[in-house]
Design a protein around this ligand. Structure first.
Ligand code: F0G
Length: 455
């Protein structure tokens, strides 16, 4: 049960099927092109889409908008310091700004940036800093159906091989994404983080966390890993931060807010290099692109997100949706994480080959059938085609992510999502495939236009 009740509500649009068809056609069959007023349940992202608490709203009213040295910065800094233990704390407007600043200060061209799985922007910022991103997901991650508890872990054998092999001097940083958003929202174990920390120390490589969902990772550690069942989420999170040299975080997730992030670290010299970039591109070190109001709400959100009753309710809401989805005969990346469910569209729609984009087809169908917006993580996003449009490298899996905003939707909203999916799953063969009409060269899933094909 949610440990809160509703104080303010916002109506959600409920359209007819015909209205949704018109909207989707206008959007070029790309859910990113839909407008908010056309969407009934929006599961596109859990980032910045959260509901604020009354206490966060009240904290916001106390925002101090002094240019430098604002009271709100010190409240924010104290909250991040209490959580992480890091002495050098810089606010940024969102997670990717912290990635850009850190990588430009830390990495030199030609180096490797190694991760369990980079999130898109983390990968892009590594590339922009001249580095080569390397993902080393653990072997268990490849089996979508396995119920292994920590499929977000990095592959320690491959990491050891890299750190002791011919490329060892080119490893610029190891960054662990907790939870592993690019890898099915799976958590990372403390045992894995401890081993990575030890390896990095042994080999003199900086070790950072991408801590966007640090509290949700901590909750799954408490539930799934031996030795942590008596810990609080705050204690587990702190133990994780203790293992690293610093962290970047998007606070649009686990600070239950709309905007914000931080870069926090131990090394003073590195912090000074970062601060230069921060001042030049985000803002002075006591606001970093955020308003005093934001800083206050983030400090309060960081306090609320580690409450066990909140995390328990959120984890069980996602698990409830997973149970209903499974019952409807739709496979997910097992076991369910917290911030999202990843549907196995490739399995549900076997009549659609990768070049008919089964993930995109399912995402589009969820909108047409029920006004539910979500995004594909399959061959439209990751696949590669030759000049004639023939698929030469499909994505490893054809997935759809149902991301769940924090404190926004009730159990009956989630049950509605499962009902719509169950309806589709009764006649999956009716779902058409799609073909690209126009697409930019990069990040095409955001901007492409596609059309249904029945062949
Ligand atoms: N790292 C992870 C693991 C993320 O999931 C995201 C954003 C970022 C970094 C970048 O943070 O958006 O604040 O700049 N993920 C969002 C999502 C966009 O929908 O998963 P940002």
């Amino acid at each position: 049960m949610e440990p809160y009740r509703v104080k303010v509500v916002e109506p959600i649009p409920i359209l007819t099927r015909a209205e949704r068809e018109t909207a989707m056609e206008r959007a070029g069959y790309n859910p990113f092109n839909l407008r908010a007023e056309e969407i009934t349940i929006d599961l596109l992202s859990d980032s910045g889409t959260n509901a604020l608490s009354a206490a966060q709203q009240a904290a916001g009213a106390l925002g101090d908008e002094t240019y430098a040295g604002a009271r709100s910065f010190f409240r924010f800094r104290d909250a991040v310091e209490k959580l992480t233990g890091y002495p050098q704390i810089m606010p940024v407007h969102q997670g990717r700004a912290a990635e850009r600043i850190l990588f430009n200060a830390l990495l030199t061209p030609g180096q490797l940036c190694v991760s369990n799985t980079h999130f898109d922007t983390t990968r892009a910022n590594a590339v922009l800093a001249g580095a080569t991103p390397v993902d080393l997901p653990c072997a268990a991650a490849a089996d979508l159906d396995s119920a292994a508890p920590f499929k977000g872990d990095i592959d320690l054998d491959r990491l050891t091989a890299l750190l002791t092999g011919p490329d060892r001097d080119t490893v610029g940083v190891v960054i662990m994404t907790i939870t592993n958003n690019g890898g099915g929202g799976q958590p990372v174990s403390m045992a894995n983080l401890t081993a990575v920390s030890r390896l990095c120390r042994e080999h003199g490589v900086p070790f950072f966390l991408d801590a966007a969902r640090f509290a949700e990772n901590a909750w799954l550690v408490i539930q799934r890993e031996d030795g942590y069942s008596e810990h609080t989420p705050e204690q587990v999170a702190r133990l994780a931060f203790d293992l690293a040299d610093g962290a970047v975080a998007s606070l649009k997730k686990d600070a239950i807010a709309h905007m914000g992030g931080f870069l926090a670290l131990r090394d003073e010299a590195l912090a000074q290099r970062c601060e230069l970039m921060l001042t030049a591109t985000e803002g002075f070190r006591t606001y970093g692109g955020l308003s005093g109001r934001d800083l206050e709400m983030l400090a309060q959100g960081l306090h609320e997100v580690v409450e066990p009753d909140y995390l328990r309710a959120r984890a069980s809401a996602t698990q409830h949706l997973a149970d209903l989805v499974n019952k409807a005969g739709v496979s997910i990346v097992e076991p369910a994480g917290i911030h999202a469910l990843y549907l196995n569209a490739g399995r549900l729609l076997p009549h659609l080959p990768p070049n008919r984009y089964p993930g995109h087809a399912l995402a589009t169908e969820l909108y047409l059938a029920g006004g539910i917006r979500c995004a594909e993580l399959g061959s439209l996003y990751l696949g590669e085609e030759d000049e004639d449009g023939n698929m030469v490298k499909p994505a490893p899996y054809e997935l759809v992510r149902l991301a769940i905003p924090r404190r926004v939707y009730t159990q009956s909203h989630l049950e509605y999502v499962a009902e719509v999916l169950a309806e589709i799953a009764q006649h999956p063969e009716r779902v058409p495939g799609y073909r690209i009409v126009e697409a930019p060269a990069l990040l095409r899933h955001f901007n492409c236009r596609v059309e249904p094909v029945r062949d």
